[in-house]
Design a protein around this ligand. Structure first.
Ligand code: SAM
Length: 282
């Protein structure tokens, strides 16, 4: 079975299975034939590489991943798509579909059980309602994953891949850069999907670091500082940190001065090391 990005084929398969799109599950299926081969190629999928796909839909990206890599595990929450995938993936014996919620499944165990001795990458067209939680889960759990190649909303892609210390950066930029080296691979127009979403998308790749990019004493504290600093991003650091961390302003002022940081700075002007220095001193 191929041509899964062909709109006629998709409609035929879906009507045969009595399937209708669920907006709540972020079901926008790809109909642009050039996107999936490119994504699969750039994801690091290959011989002796295991791939985890989140949300295979009707299998348009899954088939490309199966052609390139030794084993693909596709996690799909919607049980109505399981018989569809049985049919569309029937040509491949290197794929397993798991009917689960990616936010609930034990990923560490899944990798141990399914990918022994293999390098592992993630490749997915993510459902937009859980983009950040999924990416943060993949990064925070110290999973043995080499790279994460995902399609996300263009704005989210720009935010995650922004340079730290610029206006485009946010708490998620710091988090992503703490665990990985992110880059935007290519943009995908809204018209590449059925149904078409309201906004354009982009494919990003996060190369996961073996150890975090800054050596912090306590990562929970580090992220509390980052969250507090960006919680009121228009305010200067003494204001955002003292209200976000519940500390007296005089204490925050002393802390910032000890870190050689001006009291007029805002969160978006700090580097990773600045957040580390503040957190390590609290
Ligand atoms: N990969 C397909 C494509 O590119 O055409 C479908 C992508 S669609 C944007 C997102 C997919 O994720 C849907 O198939 C949806 O059912 C599935 N999904 C939504 N929430 C999920 C969750 N929590 N866990 C696993 N899959 C989920």
């Amino acid at each position: 079975m191929n041509r899964l990005s062909d709109i006629g084929t998709i409609k035929e398969i879906l009507s045969k299975h009595g399937f209708s799109f669920s907006k709540g599950l972020g079901q926008n299926f790809l109909i642009n034939p050039s996107v999936c081969p490119r994504m699969a190629e750039m994801s690091g999928a290959g011989e002796n590489v295991g791939v985890i796909e989140i949300g295979p839909g009707i299998g348009v990206l899954t088939t490309e991943l199966c052609k390139l890599s030794s084993k693909v595990i596709a996690i799909e929450i919607d049980k109505r798509l399981i018989p569809v995938l049985d049919e569309t993936l029937s040509d491949f014996d290197n794929v397993k579909v798991i009917n689960e919620d990616v936010m609930k499944i034990d990923l560490k165990k899944l990798i141990e059980d399914e990918f022994q001795g293999m390098q592992v990458v993630v490749c997915a067209n993510l459902p937009y309602y859980i983009t950040s939680p999924v990416i943060m889960r993949l990064l925070e759990e110290s999973l043995p994953i080499e790279a994460i190649t995902v399609m996300v909303q263009k704005e989210a892609a720009q935010r995650m891949c922004a340079e730290i210390g610029t206006r485009q950066s946010g708490a998620v930029t710091v988090a992503v850069n703490f665990y990985s080296k992110p880059k935007v691979l290519f943009n995908v127009s809204a018209g590449s999907f059925i149904p078409a979403p309201k906004v354009d998308s982009a494919v990003i790749r996060l190369d996961v670091l073996k150890t975090p990019s800054v050596d912090v004493k306590d990562s929970k504290k580090f992220f509390r500082v980052v969250k507090a600093a960006f919680s009121q991003r228009r305010k200067t650091l003494p204001n955002s940190l003292s209200s976000g961390l519940g500390l007296p302003k005089s204490e925050v002022n002393n802390l910032l001065t000890e870190c050689n940081l001006s009291l007029n700075l805002r969160a978006e002007q700090l580097k990773l090391e600045d957040f580390k220095n503040i957190a390590d001193k609290i």
